[in-house]
Ligand binder design. Structure first.
Ligand code: SIN
Length: 279
């Protein structure tokens, strides 16, 4: 067991540098100091897993408000609080929600900081979520490619699956935004790789051909970087917080036609930036 430097949040490390599972915590009883420590832990170790957290949808939404302003999802699911996004796959699903490497809704001008996913129904096996540490992904690049990546920006485009969240009809109505390829995390001051194959359309400073080659190399680096990945096995009432500013994730879909259902809340982060002085 590893103890964080905040005595209120004891955790087991999932891997030495990435991922943490809290011990003996009831989220709904957390003090403001605990919630602050949870956000700091997510910034430092990417993901925070908390088991056995029974709560209603409204209690989850209320807790998520303690993480900062939230994305409002206009899903039309009447029993769902507007702050929660239904994450569900079943016998009618052709692909999983989140079934490719991504950082949540990175096409926003101020993309998400933390996501909080609580699983309610899990399949008899499978349905794990894979996570990749974008601090270590950046640090594992050679100094030459790190320097190149720090000079580049990328256009992030909204994709069709995002339409229904906002009650709008055409892709043209959704925003694209340009973000640095390497971003500095505002809490840790560390640099993280910030391109993902689900949202990035192109690099801005290169030709299309050059940009596609650079992005393909970075995506392969992320997907094959098993030493900076970890995997979470869900149980009913497992809650996972991930920090989208330094983490990508991939929801496996190996359980068809079984049901997997959870609810996600997402806090709005700041506009991504690269601090030239950051390491
Ligand atoms: C998501 O991308 O938010 C879904 C993740 C998951 O279902 O594991």
């Amino acid at each position: 067991m590893t103890m964080s430097d905040r005595p209120t949040l004891a955790y087991n490390a999932i891997t030495p540098k990435f991922g943490s599972e809290l011990i003996d915590v009831t989220l709904l009883e957390m003090s403001d100091e605990d919630v602050e420590a949870l956000q700091q832990l997510a910034a430092e170790r990417g993901i925070v897993v908390v088991r056995d957290q029974e709560m209603s949808m409204q209690q989850q939404a209320d807790f998520a408000h303690r993480l900062g302003p939230l994305s409002i999802h206009q899903t039309g699911e009447s029993e769902l609080p507007p702050e929660l996004l239904l994450v569900q796959n079943d016998e009618n699903s052709k692909r999983a929600v989140g079934g490719a490497w991504h950082s949540d809704i990175s096409s926003e001008e101020r993309p998400p900081a933390l996501s909080m996913l609580r699983m309610e129904v899990v399949p008899s096996s499978g349905g794990d979520t894979l996570f990749a540490d974008m601090y270590q992904a950046f640090e594992a690049l050679s100094p030459e490619i790190q320097a190149l990546a720090k000079r580049l920006t990328a256009r992030h485009d909204s994709k069709g699956h995002h339409l229904y969240l906002r009650g709008i009809k055409t892709l043209k109505e959704l925003p694209s935004n340009v973000h640095p390829v390497v971003r500095t995390h505002p809490r840790t001051g560390r640099n993280a790789l910030y391109v993902n194959s689900s949202f990035v359309g192109r690099l801005m400073e290169t030709t299309k051909l050059e940009g596609e080659a650079i992005l393909a190399m970075l995506y392969e680096h992320i997907a094959l970087g098993v030493s900076f990945h970890c995997r979470v096995k869900w149980k009913p009432n497992t809650v996972v917080f991930w920090d989208n500013r330094c983490v990508q994730h991939f929801a496996t879909f190996d359980y068809f036609p079984e049901l997997r259902r959870g609810y996600r809340a997402t806090s709005i982060g700041g506009a991504p930036y690269l601090d030239p002085a950051a390491g």
